[in-house]
Ligand binder design. Structure first.
Ligand code: FAD
Length: 289
């Protein structure tokens, strides 16, 4: 197996162009598991861990820019105020050791429907930056996931960054697993309000062939919310929101849970995150970095 170890982004893109079959490896917390279990034997690995450009976090116009190689730990430590839902999701990933190695870029590269970064990226309207020697392009997270573990990324492209809008309202993430840590989601859900443009975003994890949005639920809630007066929602509206989220899922029965349980859990998480978001919105809390 060839091991390619570029030191800069330019070298990494050149290597990916010359070896499109090379499997990128960042934190290795997915790739190494697959190699150890002999699930794949790629002809080449493209190690991105020395490419410092990929680990950078900063600001890009109206967006928070998160390098694809930034670890979950750095998301938690640096972006709790500017990307609250993603930071909440990052806190639920595995254990400190995995959070120190694992990255949002790796979550996107693997594109498991159970990946914890996906619901926040969908709900908050994040954008994924892809680069190759042909140039750089940006794809909305909502158009990134094509099918089971298939994404908009081409073979010669690397994921270089995630761009997140600055929060303009409450964001909450919830995950159900068989225990509190070191666990892949049985189902997960994220809700984000954008009070500036009066829209609602959602993201569903682990309950479909790809991470999903609940578009009907988003429209329903945006119309029901009293954006100006911040009055509480009726019980019927909260229940309806939960039902619409559950009906947007496309779950299957598998070892982690049944389709019926996943739909039930999503309705519960939708109502619960809505309760947290409303409480925060009514207090008029604004987050800052
Ligand atoms: C014990 C354990 C517990 C875990 N728990 C969780 C959990 O709770 N929640 C969760 O979501 N995940 C969990 N995972 C999975 C894993 O940690 C995450 O998916 C993590 O985000 C992967 O990041 P990484 O940098 O280690 O990716 P890697 O393993 O390096 O790569 C993962 C995939 O992305 C591709 N890739 C990596 N970087 C790029 C790039 N820049 N451009 C293009 N493709 C790229 C790789 O080729 C590969 O296909 C767990 C894993 C382990 C081993």
């Amino acid at each position: 197996m060839e091991f390619l170890s570029p030191g800069t982004l330019e070298e990494a893109l050149a290597a990916k162009s010359a070896h499109p079959e090379a499997v990128p490896i960042m934190g290795g917390t997915d790739v190494m598991v697959e190699l150890n279990f002999d699930l794949h034997r790629p002809s080449a690995l493209l190690d991105l861990s020395r490419v410092s450009e990929l680990a950078e976090c900063g600001t890009d116009g109206p967006h928070v820019r998160l390098g694809a190689g930034a670890s979950y730990t750095s998301v938690i430590e640096r972006l709790g105020g500017r990307a609250p839902a993603l930071a909440q999701a990052a806190r639920t990933v595995a254990s400190p050791q995995i959070r120190n190695r694992g990255t949002v870029g790796g979550n996107l590269g693997g594109a498991s429907p159970a990946g914890d970064a996906h619901p926040p990226l969908l709900a908050t309207g994040a954008v994924i930056e892809l680069a190759s020697e042909r140039g750089v392009r940006r794809v909305a997270a909502r158009e990134f996931y094509f099918g089971p573990r298939r994404t908009a990324r081409q073979d010669d492209e690397l994921i270089t960054a995630v761009l997140l809008p600055e929060p303009a309202g409450p964001q909450h993430f919830s995950k159900i697993g068989t225990r509190n840590a070191m666990v892949i989601a049985v189902a997960s859900f994220c809700l984000a309000f954008d009070a500036a443009i009066r829209t609602v975003g959602t993201g569903i994890g682990s309950a479909g062939p790809t991470p999903l949005r609940a578009a009907e639920a988003e429209e329903f809630l945006a119309a029901e919310l009293d954006w100006e007066g911040r009055r509480p929602l009726s019980g019927a509206a909260v229940r309806r929101f939960g039902e619409l989220v559950a009906s947007a899922a496309q779950p299957i029965d598998d070892v982690r849970g049944s389709a019926g349980y996943r739909r039930h859990a999503l309705a519960v998480m939708a109502r619960r995150t809505l309760g947290w978001a409303m409480a925060e919105y009514q207090k008029g809390e604004t987050r800052c970095a």
